[in-house]
Design a protein around this ligand. Sequence first.
Ligand SMILES: [Zn+2]
Ligand SMILES: [Zn+2]
Length: 177
Amino acid sequence: MFISLSRLPADGLPFNHQYAEGELDTSEHEFEIVSLPEVTGRVDRAGMDMRVRGTVKSALITTCDRCLADVQVPVDAPFDLIYVPEDPGANHVGETELHDRDLDLVVYENEQINVDDLVLEQLELSLPTRVLCREECRGLCSQCGADLNFEQCQCQKPIDPRWQALADLKNSSEDET
Ligand SMILES: [Zn+2]
Ligand SMILES: [Zn+2]
């Protein structure tokens, strides 16, 4: 979905779009969409810059960092972005006023806002940096791949070198006393 800026009303343009199945290409992202996104927002002009703000609602499926099980992530992501023209020589009338506010800058091309890109970006940003199916997830055995949440494998647990260093340190300090 694109919003054309060439005939943007002077008092801004509200928009709302409910995505349909297959409308967004998520092949380059590490999530799957389980609840089709809805985006609501408005575009306001400030000289050549456009302020685009609103909310993306959806739900995603991604994988647990430890055991790779599916984890559902609800999305209710507010955004507030400034779109600047592609041409760096363009005259930014609203620049000083808007750019001072430390908002995210995005470039627009061909007098239009690419809402699909905006939504995909917001979905990506709403994924937590650490995804766990549950806080106490035990993950997969690094040797045999067994899911330790469900089974106890027979592998010897290798000692993490960091813990080994700590244990050595503790032993040597105990020797000194
Ligand atoms: Zn897990
Ligand atoms: Zn194992």
